[in-house]
Design a protein around this ligand. Structure first.
Ligand code: ADP
Length: 712
């Protein structure tokens, strides 16, 4: 179907021109089927199609139609990085006069600035928080695209998606769910009373195979094969060497961060990746923005040899540099953990996949789910560059095992909505947000979830919901009144901050008498909301601090004797995380922190974001409870954690161009406040390390806009 035909479905001509300008002249099969299947009729739609088949455009067209009709369109994604990427893509719609906005953080803000936006890109969590706060503009939302719908299977994010959808049903907004191939698309479509568009078409053909070390070959499922020289003990290195010698660019997925780095180093040292293009100045500049010298040096040395690596421990800047260099073909081999497959769109001619991963619970190597393999394999084949993409399993134990991954479909998506944590959070949210005033109404909304359908009815988990309500009553967040349910002020505030009620309860119960920064950090890093996204610190590091942790203030208050072994482990691990953050807010050099605790800049970033959010939210809770001083200190702690500064730098850090390092340079030169800064002569500022002309001008400008008289 040519895009011109979209006019007969009511899409404006300007939009069609815009599509053509973007190089989209003919609809891909999945898009055509969605259009013919009722994309513009207001039906709910579930799209199940492989990576890069063009699902985004299905969502986009749905949103464009909604906006043309005077509504608002919302596009939801699981991760902030993905939301940013999508926002950049959707900004193209501004040419049509559409206003496009993004919202990913600040859970308790009603985001009034989104009022006049036609299109809003948001993370699931952020949109869930908006459904609790209910800004007026929400009523105008007529189409919601849920991208990566298979995330319903995720124990953390899945229930959030289900609850968003369950609530949207009462808002009469239509849902367009987009998903990579999943086992049970029909069931999901039935749940949503949606039209199912299930298309297996891919823009580039995928050829799947596995490595057979004994016969020294890659065996393809289509019967073909390729010789692989047995140079190394390591199967992956053999495959990489063979690919690079044939000039094939490879993306290699392994499940362990250290191994990712080791493989990259060995490849650079022993194999050498002949690259077609050198690093561009953009890539080098981006890498130079990484906050860690160790990271910059290590990656640059590898990247100059055409090899890169990618995992969650890297800084955002380093990750972007690797992605860009790979896209520009300045890298011939990138080794990555699966976070890359779930995140950015980075196709490669050939993808090599390890299907074994270490499972810490059983201390054994286990096989990954088929679904995960498919997601990684789906990255093979670059539209417009490759005729074919290859996905090769590196470490199947046998042909049978390999063929299971290649030939069987992905697992079914299974609802996780009835987990204890999910029911606690979402039951409070329904009561506090005014969606449900009694048990029956709570159950009515849960009956709209996929869980209710899959577990064979709401009755199956109604006991657990009642248990969740009892727990909320005990935590003084919900009250039972005349057979109805009402949230207390504490309950409402908890729900609006987006914290787990248990985090709030725990942090109030075990808060120290006096504010001690390490003690409060320890409290926060042992709360459930921190633990769920806690980066890994190696056991060998954690063990060093075990004794100290067992003698901490928190250990005393909670009482070691009352704790289970899991709780004690959490106390110890949390203590080490608190030490990391204490170093950070006392301006210890980031590389020193990284080597002392064996973490990467990306890990520290995650820790900072989570703790800044928890501390800032607890500050609001403590204020409500009347603990004003404690609340003020928590607020300061939150900002310090965000920026990594001591208390005396909090004022200077408010300026955009001033980070932890520059703030300290200023203070060391006697410039302690914004007022001091406004009075400092230009020549003096320019003489300080790291203060160039452009920065100084922008500092002055910002000071002026804040009402200071600048004398420099
Ligand atoms: P998915 O969301 O299914 O993974 P995307 O929507 O990201 O896939 O599409 C992959 C690429 O294909 C994008 O670069 C997109 O611009 C391009 N694309 C999508 N639809 C078309 C089309 N009809 N014609 C040409 N290119 C298209």
């Amino acid at each position: 179907m040519r895009v011109e035909e979209l006019e007969s479905y009511g899409l404006r001509r300007e939009y069609i021109h815009l599509l053509i300008k973007r190089g989209i002249e003919v609809l891909n099969p999945v898009q055509e089927e969605a259009v013919k299947g009722g994309l513009f009729s207001g039906l709910n739609i579930v799209v199940s199609a492989p990576t890069a088949s063009g699902k985004t455009l299905v969502g986009e067209m749905g949103i464009v139609k909604a906006v043309q009709e005077g509504g608002k369109g919302v596009y939801l994604l699981p991760l902030r990085a993905l939301a940013n990427e999508k926002y950049d893509e959707f900004k193209a719609l501004e040419e049509l006069g559409f206003k496009v906005g993004i919202s990913t953080g600040d859970y308790d803000s009603p985001a009034e600035d989104l009022e006049d936006k036609d299109v809003v890109i948001a993370t699931y969590e952020r949109f869930d928080s908006l459904l609790r706060i209910k800004p007026l503009w929400l009523r105008k939302v007529s189409t919601v695209v849920v991208d990566e719908l298979h995330m319903i299977n995720d124990p953390e994010r899945g229930p959030v998606v289900e609850m968003i959808i369950a609530r949207l049903r009462s808002l009469s907004a239509r849902v367009i769910g987009l998903s990579a191939t999943i086992g049970n698309p029909r069931e999901l479509a039935e749940w949503l009373s949606a039209k199912l568009v299930d298309v297996a078409w891919r823009p580039v053909k995928l050829r799947e195979g596995y490595y057979d070390k004994r016969s020294g070959s890659i065996v393809y499922a289509d019967g073909g094969s390729e010789d692989v020289e047995d140079e190394f003990d390591d199967k992956i290195l053999n495959l990489v060497s063979q690919s690079l010698s044939k000039g094939i660019q490879v993306l290699v997925f392994v499940h362990n961060r250290r191994r990712v780095e080791e493989l990259a180093e060995t490849t650079a040292a022993l194999i050498g990746a002949s690259k077609s293009k050198g690093l561009t100045s953009d890539v080098v500049e981006r890498l130079s923005e990484s906050p860690s010298r160790m990271e910059r040096e290590k990656l640059l040395a590898l990247m100059e040899k055409g090899v890169g690596y990618h995992h969650a421990g890297l800084s955002i800047q380093a990750r972007r540099a690797v992605e860009e260099a790979f896209r520009a073909r300045a890298l011939s081999a990138v080794f990555a953990t699966p976070t890359l497959a779930a995140g950015v769109n980075l196709p490669a001619r050939r993808v090599i996949v390890s299907i074994k991963r270490y499972d810490p619970t059983s201390s054994k190597m286990v096989n990954i789910p088929v679904f995960e393999y498919k997601q990684m394999a789906g990255r093979a084949g670059r539209p417009r560059y490759d005729e074919i993409g290859e996905a090769i399993i590196a470490d199947a134990k046998s042909e049978k095992e390999a063929l299971k991954y290649i030939n069987s479909g992905p697992e079914n998506i299974v609802s996780k909505v009835s987990s204890e944590r999910s029911l606690r959070i979402h039951t409070l949210s329904l009561i506090a947000g005014g969606d449900a005033g009694d048990l029956k109404k709570v159950m009515d909304i849960y009956s709209q979830t996929l869980g209710a359908k899959q577990y064979g009815g709401i009755e199956v988990f109604s006991n657990q919901v009642e248990k969740a309500i009892r727990a909320l009553v005990e935590m003084r967040m919900v009250e039972e009144l005349d057979g109805g349910l009402k949230a207390t002020r504490l309950g409402k505030l908890t729900s609006f901050t987006y914290l787990d009620p248990l985090t709030v309860h725990y942090c109030i119960k075990y808060r120290p008498e006096d504010f001690d920064e390490l003690d409060v950090l320890h409290l926060i890093t042992t709360s459930v909301d921190y633990v769920r996204s806690r980066p890994y610190i190696p056991d060998s590091v954690v063990e060093v601090f075990e004794d100290e942790a067992l003698h901490s203030g928190l250990a005393r208050r909670v009482g070691l004797g009352r704790m289970s072994s899991v709780e004690i482990d959490n106390l110890i691990t949390g203590y080490v995380h608190a030490l990391v953050l204490r170093d950070w807010i006392n301006e210890v050099d980031e590389d020193r922190i990284a080597s002392k605790y064996e973490i990467g800049p990306g890990d520290l970033f995650t820790m900072r974001e989570t703790v800044a959010w928890i501390a800032g939210s607890l500050a609001k809770i403590e204020r409500l409870l009347g603990n004003v001083t404690f609340s003020t200190r928590l607020n300061r702690l939150s900002v310090r954690v965000q920026y990594g500064v001591k208390e005396d730098a909090l004022e200077l850090i408010r300026l955009r161009g001033i980070g932890r390092v520059r703030a300290r340079i200023l203070i060391n030169h006697g410039i302690r406040t914004l007022q001091d800064l406004a009075k400092t002569p230009r020549s003096k500022l320019l003489s300080l390390p790291g203060f160039g002309v452009r920065l100084v001008e922008s500092i002055y400008e910002e000071l002026r806009s804040m009402g200071f008289r600048v004398e420099g």
